[in-house]
Structures are given as C-alpha cells and as structure tokens.
Design a protein around this ligand. Structure first.
Ligand SMILES: *Cc1c(COP(=O)(O)O)cnc(C)c1O
Length: 403
C-alpha cells in the first residue's frame, strides 16, 4: 500500500462537519486515497444485485457439497430443497391459504416474457417510474398477441398510482424501483374490472419490504437481491386468482414457448421441480437465507433491519451540506436501495473509485439515471453497522478529495 495517500483519522474527523465545498477540486487521484482500517465496514459489498452473500450461505453450499451439489434435480434431495424454499417463502410472507410459490429459470426479466405469454389476457397497465418498470411495459407492448398496454408514468424519484381502466386485466406494479431508490405502496386499484389481477415486480423488495397479499395476486422476484443468492431463477408467489389465470391461458390455444409457459412452470413447481435444470447452488443459498430470516422473526425482522440501515443513511445524507437523498418525498424512499445525490463539486465516480480501492464495492449510481449519485444496497444481509461505517468512509473520502 506504499505510495497511497493515507487519510489521517484526526484530519478527517476534525472536518466531518464540512459543509462548504467551494474549494473541492479533483486534483487528488481517488485511487490514491487510503482509508484507515479502523473505519472500514466489516463487509464491503453494497451492490444492488448481485448483492452481498453471507458466509453462512457459502458454508451451506459446502455442507451440501456431495449430497446436493452435483446430484439430480429430479431426485428427492434437490426436490426437498425446492420444497423447503417454497414452504419457507409461504411462511416468510404469511401467505393466505391457496397461494402457491411457482418458480422457473431465467430471472425476473424472463418472467416478464413468461407473463406476456401466460399471465396477461388481453391488456395490461404498467406503472413506469424507472428503468426496470419500463422494461415489462416494453415487453408487453412488443407482444403481437396483446393489446397495446396502458402506461401510467411519473418522474423518476417518485411513483404513480394505478388507475382503474375498463379492459385492463393485469396491473403491473414495481415494489421497489432499483434504478431510482423509490419504494411504492402496493394497492389494488379501486374499480378495476372483476377478475383483473395485480402483478408486482418485487425483485429487489421481496424479503426486505412489507406487503399485504390482499393487495396483490402475483409477487415475483429473483434471488440475487434481498435473498443474497445468485441470479438466474424467477420465483412468483401466486394468489388463487393468479393460478386460475395461469391455468386458463395454459388451456387455451395461444402459442407459447415451453420454457416460458407458466402452466408448465406451475405443474413442475407443484412437484417441487423446475421445467429444466436449475442451478442447485442458487437454491441452497436461497434456502439458507429464507431460513435465516424466518429463524430471526421473519419478514418483520428483515424489514426492520433494512429500516435501521435506511434511517442511518438518509439521516446522514440530510446532515451533510454536500449530500441529499435523491427521493424528495421521505415516504417514497426505499429502505432497501438508497440513492444519494452529491454536490456537483464532488464527483460521485471519484468517491466510488476511492471506496473501491478500499474494498467498498458497487456504490455506483444506476448509469442510465445519469445523476451525480451514490446508490447503496441495504438488503437484509447487509449489516446496519456496515451502513453506518460506509457513511463514515464516504465522509473520509470526501474530506480527502477536498484536501
Ligand atoms: C434486478 C431487477 C430486475 C432484473 O432482474 P433479473 O433477475 O436480472 O432479470 C427486475 N426488476 C427489478 C425491480 C430489479 O431490481
């Protein structure tokens, strides 16, 4: 580490109240900033997906190293693992009777395509308020067998409400817009057509934000965010109305590719299977994380842990003259993904570079949002104490850049 600029503990401590950055220049190479070990978080992974995997999850893979890894997904050990994931999620979400956990390969993006084939009957409405919510809208808009979707948009940094509309049979909501750090209240639109269903992209929310199954029919996600596992799998908690919809479309003569057929996925899931081969390690890590959450008190415990991290980072940002939460309305701020705007005098890219040099990873903003911003994952696996340490490290980097 010779040749690096050491940030003296005393120097940055003494100036942590700094509010005026008129003198900040970028003459200091951010790659040369070295933070004292004493202020570093224990784990430096703050990405929004793939996100921090707990060591216990890796240990679980090792523990299943010969009994699960490298064994057939059609035999009982892996089927039991899938069964444990399905049962664990029913517990975690306190799902009412009749709800089912359906899963398949491909992640949330592939679930959008599957939904255009097997969940949307004629027309969907999409709430668009960021990159991810816009993508499902694009997918249904491109499907030749569906009517043009209804799009309800709001500026990034906020979210729109669903508007009941005749002829809409699926309302597409996003619980947490990972690209902007906005979390929305999930509400069934009043006055929707009878039989209309609400499908929620909960990819970055599931397991970290509270929700009410009364307001939702399909709550779908992938395991690489709050569940701290790997990507490549989609999981959907489905209400009886949703499974009825899936079965009805599956019985129709609408063409759909088998790998995107939700009817086939439902049949396989009921047998604790997937249609084609899943990544077994992903399932092991997912199951371990669900068990960890359920042992500690379930969704309420996990959500409270995220709330604590969120309080820490938003309070910190509001107390610094050179930082502010991007989401102006505090009630819309996500407690799993924080977006923090920085004063133009500080380049967020430089801050991220310096943090990365010190083992603090993936704090970069979502590129397409195009803001001078830090984005921080605060998923349940991420220790709230490490979020506090991160804020201390950002202060130190900003001080060093201002020197
Ligand atoms: C990460 C993310 C996705 C994409 O998930 P994949 O598993 O990579 O397809 C979709 N929606 C939201 C809200 C996300 O955060």
């Amino acid at each position: 580490m010779t040749g690096k600029r050491k940030v003296s503990h005393l120097v940055w401590r003494g100036r942590s109240e700094l509010t005026c950055l008129a003198d900040v220049t970028t003459s200091i190479d951010p790659q040369q900033i070295q933070l004292p070990d004493s202020i570093l978080p224990i784990d430096g992974r703050f990405g929004c997906g793939p996100s921090k995997v707990r060591p216990e999850q890796i240990a679980a893979i090792v523990a299943g190293g010969t009994s699960l890894m490298g064994t057939s997904h059609r035999k009982q050990p892996v089927k039991s693992l899938v069964g444990s994931v399905r049962a664990g999620l029913r517990d975690l979400f306190s799902l009412p009777d009749g709800w089912e956990i359906v899963l398949g390969n491909g992640g949330s993006t592939v679930f959008w395509d599957a939904a255009t084939f097997g969940l949307i009957e004629q027309r969907s409405q999409h709430l668009v308020f960021g990159e991810f919510s816009s993508k499902f809208a694009e997918a249904s808009g491109a499907a030749p067998h569906l009517g043009a979707p209804s799009i309800v948009e709001s500026a990034t940094g906020s979210y729109p409400d669903a508007v009941a509309e005749a002829g809409i049979d699926l309302y597409a909501l996003t619980h947490n817009e990972t690209s902007t750090g906005v979390a929305m209240q999930l509400r069934r639109p009043h006055g929707a057509d009878p039989g209309a269903i609400v499908a929620v992209d909960a990819t970055s929310a599931a397991g970290g934000l509270r929700w009410d199954p009364d307001e939702v029919d399909v709550y779908y996600f992938a395991p690489q965010k709050c569940f701290a596992s790997d990507g490549g799998l989609w999981i959907a908690a489905c209400s009886p109305a949703a499974t009825e919809r899936i079965e009805r479309i599956a019985a129709s003569d609408r063409w759909r590719p088998a790998s995107l057929d939700l009817g086939i996925a439902l049949t396989n899931s009921r047998a604790d299977q997937t249609y084609n081969t899943p990544a077994v390690a992903t399932l092991i890590m997912l199951d371990e994380q669900i068990g960890w959450m359920n042992e500690h008190g379930g969704l309420e415990w996990a959500a409270a842990r995220c709330d604590e991290s969120a309080r820490t980072i938003y309070d910190w940002a509001e107390s610094r003259g050179w930082a502010s939460p991007f989401v102006a309305d505090a009630t819309k701020r996500s407690s799993v993904v924080a977006t923090i705007d920085l004063d133009g005098a500080i380049r967020a890219d430089d801050v991220c570079t310096a943090l990365r040099e010190n083992g603090i990873l993936d704090t970069d903003s979502y590129r397409k949002l195009g803001r001078n911003q830090l984005r921080v994952g605060m998923f349940p696996a991420i220790d709230p104490a490490d979020i506090a340490a991160l804020t201390v490290c950002i202060d130190a980097v900003v001080e060093a850049l201002a020197d």
